[in-house]
Design a protein around this ligand. Structure first.
Ligand code: ASP
Length: 439
């Protein structure tokens, strides 16, 4: 049995957290490959080392003195090293990093040093081999992750290695410059390593006990999700439920490795298992609810629209030409509504309207803003009758006006549009009917 274990920034923010991490790793012999983030927040208004590095580098890049900021970063690491009683000096590394800052080695280089240094400290503390991610994670010239080259390099480098720490978040480009994934990208590194070593399980350790059925900022103490499929997770993450980086699922999903989200501060909690498919019956009809505010609906009306061949294509062409993604497109006989992100639409509003007039000569175009979308997601909906009925009955009882409904044929989710003002009451109503009342 081989497990790849990734620890997030808050799990490695202090010596005390490092001790918990080591206990977790030593508790199971199978936890052989470890992917750390940079030290995160120790308390709520603390600053992550990654952010400290960006700030420090930006000062250096302007040619200004950056010693104070740099010393604060050094202090974070030495506090951990001393707190753990390690005999480890990072002075040579700090000197190289300093020179990199002066030589303008790039923001990605700067940010990546958070993981690099934390990897060194953790490897020393665990007695594991340290493998620089620049040896094994490759990006191509255009900055895209190079999966093929990485797989070969990683397999070759890890061949015969029993136990190693590989820092998350970054890799190398063909011209030898350091490149990072987007923020939170250590999750992706963990997934890549898990796929490369054909791990049985990818454990992703963080500061929550997995995914919750709904956003705890809206629903008081929501129930956890024990098992979720990759497809369900995609739907929920797209709507804003974030625990794991979105791109982290692809490498492991392709090769059938499940992910277990676990809590470093409560290792006994089962967390959430993310799997390709499962025969396990979910506890509730729905697996999760998530939603996002900030959408606009463009309603287009034209008599005999239904008879006009290519009408939909001509409408969407206008959005495409303006670089706007469309989220949903419910339609009637002589009406069509296009739902888009408000932030994407607003700067292009007049171009889109002119384009629509030109392309399809509508009778009326009406724009409605401040729409929220809610996704009710669950693999069990397919085999349960009346799910939609219960959702809309609960919304009606809570006096929520439903502006849009969209259910795909996969029956994995139902998307509901409501006004932003009714977003929280709508989420509460849906949560209560399925989870609190367990209907
Ligand atoms: N340290 C990086 C960040 O703060 C990457 C990560 O933690 O995954 O985004």
């Amino acid at each position: 049995m081989v497990k790849v274990v990734k620890f997030g920034g808050s799990s490695l923010a202090s010596a005390e957290q490092f001790r918990k991490v080591a206990d977790i790793i030593h508790a199971e012999d199978s936890r052989r490959f470890v992917v750390p983030s940079a030290p995160g927040k120790r308390f709520s208004d603390d600053t992550k080392v990654t952010d400290m590095l960006y700030t420090c580098y930006d000062i250096a890049a302007k040619g200004k003195g950056f010693d104070d900021k740099f010393n604060e970063i050094k202090k974070r690491y030495y506090e951990i090293i001393e707190g753990l009683g390690l005999d480890l000096s990072l002075e040579d590394d700090f000197e190289q990093i300093r020179n990199g800052f002066i030589g303008k080695a790039g923001r990605d280089f700067a940010a990546s040093r958070g993981e690099y240094l934390n990897g060194k400290v953790l490897a020393c503390y665990l007695g594991y081999e340290f493998i620089d991610a620049a040896e094994v994670i490759h990006f191509s010239d255009n900055g895209q992750f190079d999966a093929a080259l990485t797989d070969v390099a990683m397999k070759e480098r890890l061949n015969g290695v029993e136990r190693a720490v590989i820092p998350g978040f970054y890799g190398i480009m063909p011209n030898d410059t350091i490149k990072t994934f987007s923020r939170g990208g250590s999750d992706i590194t963990g997934s890549i390593v898990a796929a490369a070593v054909s791990a049985d399980l990818y454990e992703n350790w963080t500061d929550v006990s997995g995914f919750l059925i709904a956003d705890p900022r809206i629903i008081n103490n929501p129930a956890p999700i024990r098992t979720i499929t990759y497809k369900e997770l995609r739907e929920l993450s797209y709507m804003g439920a974030t625990v794991l980086h979105e791109d982290a699922i692809f490498p492991v999903r392709k090769v059938g490795i499940p992910i277990n989200i676990k809590n470093t501060n409560k290792p006994e909690d089962p967390g959430t298992m993310i799997v390709e498919s499962t025969s396990q019956k979910p506890e509730y009809t729905i697996t999760g609810i998530a939603g996002k505010k900030g959408f606009t609906v463009i309603n287009i009306e034209k008599e005999l629209m239904n008879a006009e061949l290519g009408f939909g294509r001509k409408v969407l062409e206008v959005f495409e030409k303006n670089g706007i993604n469309f989220e949903h497109m419910p339609s009637g006989i002589d009406t069509m509504s296009v739902i888009v992100s408000q932030a994407e639409f607003e700067p292009k509003e007049q171009e889109v309207l002119a384009g629509l007039h030109r392309n399809v000569k509508p009778d009326v175009i009406d724009i409605e803003t401040d729409l929220a979308l809610i996704a009710v997601v669950g693999r069990a909906m397919k085999s349960n009758r009346g799910t939609a009925g219960r959702i809309f009955a609960s919304l009606a009882h809570s006096n929520v006006n439903v502006k849009m409904i969209d259910q795909g044929s996969s029956e994995l989710n139902i998307i509901i549009g409501v006004s932003e003002a009714e977003f929280a009451p709508a989420l509460k109503a849906i949560y209560d009917i399925f989870v609190t009342a367990k209907l």
